[in-house]
Design a protein around this ligand. Structure first.
Ligand SMILES: Cc1cc2nc3c(=O)[nH]c(=O)nc-3n(C[C@H](O)[C@H](O)[C@H](O)COP(=O)(O)OP(=O)(O)OC[C@H]3O[C@@H](n4cnc5c(N)ncnc54)[C@H](O)[C@@H]3O)c2cc1C
Length: 322
């Protein structure tokens, strides 16, 4: 068995970047056969995977998954993984991956390596590095089961197109599924146009230094000028200034954007747990001894009420976004 199954997640007519990251990471596991699996996918999405070296995609288009259900999806993906003889199954460590991967692991009696930031070895003997203790330490782990399920932290693995683009064969999965749904979806309300912090390339987060919800327009304006998402510390979410979906940290979302801008955030260890793997960290804080400066690549010691409007104005001139 030298096959890696990669879960592909749709994003309109293409795939989420995390899917390309997972395919690229799969390519580094020796020279495995890589198979994609997608729920309710399209031929455009399968073609997009071809640029990253995937040549076959199994499309699960089943009536039980007309509205996505993690338990049902896990049952289908586990069946596909078994049919394909996959020894490794990769997911992004995002909302869907965190819900589905453990369920697949239970169904396949497989070892689960969650939230990996490095992957090595081969499809038959995967080794991974993952942060533990809220990011204070990293452990190297190896699954000892014949099948390994791993979730990869978004934005940590670089998505690299393959040298040659492959023509992708799409097979519609026709297996049967038990009705596992314990709840029916009555209504789906989408947050159209709101960029999710966990998937954004740039995140601008605000903390208690903003003094009140009425001042968050400063953080929003900076995020807009950079084309990024707005995040928040738990202190401001608990205070009801911002919605929980924006919370970054141990009890919020884990983010790994290319750039993380922390505005008026002290840098408590629980906040760092959710953003310390960001590629570049910029901090704006009026206290030069604030812990956030210990991990920041660039720091501005200053008042957010003075610094943010100036930064936004300068950046908007360059990016043309305001
Ligand atoms: C079990 C547990 C889980 C937790 N999970 C999370 C989590 O997921 N995410 C999270 O964020 N926190 C979490 N916390 C809370 C965490 O410990 C901190 O309390 C929180 O992160 C602090 O938020 P803050 O930095 O916005 O506020 P503060 O710690 O109050 O920091 C405000 C900062 O703003 C600066 N400042 C003030 N005025 C200005 C100004 N005008 N200009 C510039 N800077 C200014 C100050 O110097 C200070 O550094 C958790 C705590 C526990 C116990």
């Amino acid at each position: 068995m030298n096959t890696v199954l990669v879960y592909l997640e749709g994003n309109g007519t293409t795939l989420k970047r995390t899917s390309f990251e997972c395919i690229t990471a799969a390519r580094s596991l020796g020279t495995p056969t890589i198979v994609g699996v997608i729920v309710n996918g399209s031929s455009e999405q399968a073609a997009a995977a071809g640029a990253y070296g995937l040549s076959s995609v199994i499309n699960i288009n089943h009536p039980s998954l007309a509205s996505f259900d993690s338990g049902v999806a896990a049952a289908a993906i586990a069946s596909v993984a078994t049919e394909q003889g996959a020894s490794t199954v990769l997911f992004a460590a995002n909302a869907i991956g965190k819900e589905v991967a453990p369920r697949v692991a239970v169904r396949m009696q497989a070892g689960l390596l969650p939230d990996c930031v490095e992957l090595s070895g081969s499809a038959n003997a995967v080794e991974a590095v993952r942060p533990v203790y809220a990011g204070k330490a990293r452990v190297r782990v190896r699954s000892t089961t014949s099948v390994t399920i791993a979730t990869l932290r978004p934005n940590v693995f670089t998505a690299r197109p393959a040298d040659a683009s492959a023509a992708v064969t799409v097979t519609n999965w026709s297996g049967s599924l038990p009705d596992l749904r314990s709840a029916a979806v009555v209504n789906v309300q989408r947050n159209e146009g709101v960029l999710d912090v966990a998937e954004a390339d740039i995140v601008v987060s605000g903390g208690r230094g903003l003094k009140g919800p009425e001042n968050f327009h400063l953080v929003e304006a900076l995020a807009r000028s950079l084309g990024g998402a707005v995040g928040a510390s738990r202190a401001v979410v608990d205070a009801g200034w911002r919605p929980h979906r924006e919370q970054v940290g141990q009890t919020g979302k884990t983010v790994s954007p290319n750039m993380y801008v922390a505005c008026g955030i002290s840098g408590a260890v629980q906040h760092l747990a959710g953003m310390s793997s960001s590629r570049f960290i910029v901090a704006v804080n009026k206290d030069k001894d604030a812990p956030i400066f210990k991990i920041a690549d660039y720091g501005i010691v200053g008042d957010v009420f003075e610094v943010l409007p100036k930064l936004t104005e300068r950046i908007a001139k360059v990016t043309g976004r305001s």
